[in-house]
Design a protein around this ligand. Structure first.
Ligand SMILES: Nc1ncnc2c1ncn2[C@@H]1O[C@H](COP(=O)(O)OP(=O)(O)O)[C@@H](O)[C@H]1O
Ligand SMILES: [Mg+2]
Length: 319
C-alpha cells in the first residue's frame, strides 16, 4: 500500500478561505475591488462552497469592517418571524410580540447584512427589502414610522433566481437590485488542487483535537477523494474527515475510514439509515410523534432551537 504524506505547497488563506486554485485566486482579486464599493453582491454557488465565508471576507475588506456584520438565513423562519427579525416590531404588532424588538437592519446600520438563501425570501418580504435597497428605509412591524438605514447587502443562493422570477416566486426588480455584482463560487471538484489541500487542512484541524493523529493518506483513499463529485463541496469534505476521525484509528487515513458514498458503494438499505441526514430526519419525525406534533417541545427534546427545527422541517420537507 503506497502512502501519501503532506505536500509542502504554498497555500492561500484568504480570510479563512483556503485554496491553491487559480480560479479562487482570481476571485479574491475581484473581491478586493468589489469590497470597497457599496454595490450589492450576490454570491452564487452550490451548498458548502463557502458563500458565507465570502460574504464575511467582503465585509472585512470593506470600509465598513469596524461596523456590524449580521447574517440571516432566509429559509430558517416563518414569513412573520423573518420580517420581525429583519425590520423589528413594536409590542403587540402580532401575537407573541410581547415587547419591542430592534430589527437586524437597524442594528447593522453602517455595516453589512448577509442574506443567506435569498431565493427562499417570502414574496411579501421582497417588497420591503426592495425599499431598503431603493430608499434606504423601512417600516418596523406594527408602526407607520419610516426608519432610515445605511447597510450594505450581500446575498447568497444556490438557485437560479431567473428561474424563480419566471415562476413568479421572486420579484424581477429585486433580482436586479441584489445582484449588481454577481460572484460565482466554483464547485470543490472544479478547483484545481483544492481537494488535497483542504483534506490536509481539515486533517490538521482534527489532529489538533487529539482524538487521532493522521500523518499519511493511502493512495487508494486519495484516488477515491479525487474521483468523487463532492455534491456537498467543502462542507462535505470536512464532514468526511470528521467521520474518519470518529470511526477510524491509527496514523493512516484508509478506505475503511471513508463513508460508503466515497467508497462508491450504494447506501445501506436496511432499517437504520447510515446517512446522517436521513438519520436526522428520522429523529425529528420521532420527536414530533412523541410530542404529538408540538414543535416547541419537539425542539427541546431534540436539543435544538425552535428556529433550527423550523429550518430543518423545511429542508426535509416535513409538513
Ligand atoms: N475554502 C475553504 N477553506 C476552508 N474552509 C472552508 C472553505 N470553504 C468552506 N469552508 C467551510 O465549509 C463550511 C461551509 O461553508 P459555508 O460558507 O457555510 O458554505 P455555503 O454558505 O456555501 O453553504 C464552513 O464550515 C466553512 O468554514
Ligand atoms: Mg451557507
Amino acid at each position: 500500500m503506497s502512502l501519501i504524506t503532506r505536500p509542502d505547497t504554498e497555500v492561500d488563506n484568504f480570510h479563512g478561505i483556503i485554496t491553491v486554485s487559480p480560479q479562487m485566486r482570481s476571485l479574491f482579486r475581484i473581491m478586493e475591488r468589489v469590497a470597497k464599493s457599496d454595490a450589492t453582491v450576490l454570491v452564487r454557488g452550490e451548498t458548502g462552497t463557502g458563500k458565507e465565508l465570502v460574504a464575511g471576507a467582503l465585509h472585512r475588506l470593506s470600509d465598513r469592517h469596524d461596523q456590524a456584520f449580521h447574517a440571516v438565513n432566509c429559509a430558517t423562519l416563518s414569513s412573520e418571524l423573518l420580517a420581525s427579525e429583519l425590520f423589528g416590531h413594536v409590542r403587540g404588532a402580532f401575537t407573541g410580540a410581547v415587547r419591542d424588538r430592534k430589527g437586524l437592519f437597524a442594528s447593522a446600520d453602517g455595516g453589512t447584512v448577509f442574506l443567506d438563501e435569498i431565493a427562499e425570501l417570502p414574496f411579501d418580504i421582497q417588497a420591503r427589502l426592495l425599499r431598503v435597497l431603493q430608499e434606504k428605509a423601512f417600516t418596523p412591524l406594527g408602526t407607520t414610522d419610516t426608519v432610515s438605514v445605511d447597510v450594505r447587502i450581500i446575498s447568497a443562493t444556490n438557485k437560479a433566481l431567473r428561474r424563480l422570477v419566471a415562476q413568479k416566486k421572486f420579484r424581477e426588480d429585486l433580482m436586479y437590485r441584489i445582484r449588481v455584482v454577481p460572484l460565482f463560487l466554483p464547485r470543490l471538484a472544479e478547483r484545481e488542487g483544492d481537494i488535497e489541500v483542504l483534506l490536509w487542512h481539515f486533517i490538521d484541524e482534527f489532529n489538533r483535537k487529539g482524538l487521532r493523529n493522521i500523518e499519511t493518506v493511502s493512495s487508494a483513499t486519495m484516488d477515491a477523494m479525487l474521483e468523487y463529485r463532492w455534491p456537498g463541496n467543502v462542507r462535505e469534505l470536512r464532514n468526511v474527515v470528521e467521520h474518519a476521525f470518529a470511526v477510524g484509528e491509527g496514523p493512516t487515513l484508509g478506505l475503511d475510514d471513508l463513508t460508503p458514498e466515497l467508497r462508491g458503494e450504494p447506501p445501506p438499505r436496511d432499517g437504520v439509515p447510515d446517512d446522517p441526514r436521513a438519520a436526522e430526519r428520522a429523529r425529528i419525525l420521532e420527536a414530533l410523534r412523541q410530542t404529538g406534533g408540538k414543535k416547541g417541545q419537539a425542539a427541546t427534546l431534540l436539543g435544538m432551537s425552535r428556529s433550527t427545527l423550523w429550518r430543518k422541517l423545511r429542508e426535509y420537507r416535513i409538513a
